[in-house]
Design a protein around this ligand. Structure first.
Ligand code: SAM
Length: 367
């Protein structure tokens, strides 16, 4: 009989204690890495738990009742997240995305949002504060999130057809509930809601046109995402990827689209708009057209490990610094020391080398 070994959640992935420089230098509000990329975005995972079991992200076969999710004591508290965020902002971060797992499962998330909304960027204005959600709780929570100071939401929805969507989320959750969440967010005052659709060949590629048709003229922006080789449990194969240029070709044939300028350097999605003025769509092509060269994102896991790339195999344990006897100045300097030497560009070189032995799961590091 084979015995199943349950990993101690905290030890599941490698992490090093960040080096704290002996003589910390005060932040100047602009930090660039070894390839000249600035630190602009911080993605914060607030929980590693999710109530969906999307087959491409948290398949039931791995994330079952025996799976060791992080214990409550491991999670960064709201105060710890806020303190660390302030230190990142001092180095030039202007955009925060709360993610997970499913971020709306984290109790009292509105309290964290209010704390983050009070932070001012180095230049003075508030942060661009946004959240990615599967929308299962959005109908109920949208007004409170907005009132707490959240600026924008991104909703994940992989199909308009209920059977296809249920097959993908694997928990029998229906499309109508997600659409109701989007409507509630709209009513609560969120504008230009982004709708993320991960496209998997033979699974939901027949949903590209229905999704585009549904959200045209609504002011919301569908973004078609290439299925990525994150983590080690989703059975990724290149054959399953529908290249973005095919998606754009399909949309152009059906509706007529033209390229739009990026909103800012390092924007993840390539923007397109309908020629007849009925709205905008985006494509995220991290497999076929990697955008490492201007990647300005750092990621903080639920337990306070910092990753400088979505495909990293190890993180940096900032929770130890937060819970140790370290000053803001020292922790800020540790962030700077890490970012300055950052040279990651996994997506650009994935084709020319084998994958790292242990890639971090998306549900842990945050999407
Ligand atoms: N639970 C939230 C949600 O559903 O949006 C936030 C976390 S989820 C990991 C964030 C995003 O990552 C979702 O839009 C999801 O579809 C996307 N995602 C997960 N695994 C992916 C993969 N292998 N390739 C591309 N996108 C993926």
């Amino acid at each position: 009989m084979t015995e199943r070994i349950i990993p101690i959640a905290d030890l599941r992935y490698q992490a090093r204690m960040p080096a704290v420089p002996r003589e910390p230098v005060a932040p100047v509000g602009l930090l660039t890495d070894a390839r000249g990329r600035r630190l602009h975005d911080l993605r914060i995972s607030v929980t590693d738990r999710c109530n969906f079991r999307c087959t491409y992200c948290m398949p039931k076969s791995v994330f079952d009742k025996n799976y060791a999710f992080l214990p409550q004591s491991s999670l960064l508290s709201f105060e710890e997240i806020t303190r660390l965020t302030r230190l990142f902002v001092a180095h030039g971060v202007e955009k925060i995305r709360l993610t997970g797992g499913e971020p709306l499962l984290r109790k009292h998330l509105e309290t964290l949002i209010a704390q983050l909304a009070a932070i001012r960027t180095a230049a003075g204005p508030p942060l661009d504060l946004t959240l990615t959600t599967n929308a299962s709780l959005l109908r109920r929570k949208a007004p409170g999130l907005r009132a707490a100071g959240l600026n924008r939401v991104t909703v994940s929805l992989d199909a308009l057809d209920d059977d296809v969507f249920k097959r993908m989320n694997d928990v029998d959750f229906s499309v109508s509930e997600v659409l109701a969440g989007i409507e509630a967010a709209d009513r609560a005052g969120f504008r230009q809601i982004k709708v993320n659709m991960v496209v998997k060949r033979g699974v939901n590629d027949d949903q590209i046109l229905p999704m585009a048709r549904h959200f045209r003229n609504t002011g919301h922006i569908v973004r078609f995402i290439e299925f990525m080789d994150v983590g080690a449990s989703n059975g990724w194969r290149m054959d399953d990827v529908v290249p973005s240029r095919q998606v754009v070709g399909l949309l152009n044939e059906a509706f007529g689209v033209e390229p739009a300028d990026p909103n800012y350097v390092g924007e993840v999605a390539e923007r397109w708009r309908y020629r007849d003025g009925t709205g905008e769509i985006g494509v995220i092509s991290s497999v076929t057209q990697p955008f490492c060269s201007d990647c300005s994102r750092a990621r903080l896991s639920t337990e306070g490990r910092l990753y400088t790339c979505l495909f990293a195999s190890s993180g940096h344990d900032f929770r130890s610094l937060l819970r140790g006897d370290f000053s803001d100045e020292q922790i800020g300097a540790a962030i700077a020391a890490l970012w300055t030497v950052r040279a990651d560009r996994y997506s650009e070189i994935r084709a020319s080398r084998t994958s790292p032995a242990r890639k971090i799961e998306m549900s842990y590091i945050g999407g």
